[in-house]
Design a protein around this ligand. Structure first.
Ligand SMILES: N[C@@H](CCC(=O)N[C@@H](CS)C(=O)NCC(=O)O)C(=O)O
Length: 107
């Protein structure tokens, strides 16, 4: 298996949570830090949304931070981060959905 490429931006909170899950899982990735105002052509050719984080696994592209976290932690979860009641996943959905929308409107 070739090493997956993680397109990332240092200060992006979504990229941070993807990097944290990958680090917790102990998965090796080829980290490509980009600058959002000057996105590389290779990144734009990979990411359907043009947003970071984006994981290129060769045969598959994972373009959502939560999906990258789940991919990494389902591979290996030594800290038991996925071991939580269903309410934990509901809370993530609420934070990513209605809370984020309200936060954006407030800003
Ligand atoms: N739904 C995406 C959101 C990612 C996102 O919005 N990332 C921002 C940076 S924090 C981005 O790449 N924005 C594109 C841009 O600013 O051009 C995820 O969770 O992965």
């Amino acid at each position: 298996m070739t090493t997956p490429i993680l397109w990332s931006f240092r200060r992006c909170p979504y990229a941070m949570r993807a990097r944290l899950a990958i680090a917790s899982a102990g998965v090796s990735v080829d980290l490509r830090e980009i600058v959002l105002r000057d996105k590389p052509v290779a990144f734009l050719a990979t990411s359907p949304s043009g947003t970071v984080p984006c994981l290129d696994r060769g045969q598959e592209v994972i373009d959502e931070s939560l999906d990258i976290m789940l991919w990494a932690l389902r591979y290996s979860d030594p800290e038991g981060l996925l071991t939580m009641p269903e309410a934990g996943f509901d809370l993530i959905a609420e934070a990513d959905g209605p809370f984020k929308t309200a936060l954006d409107r407030y800003k």
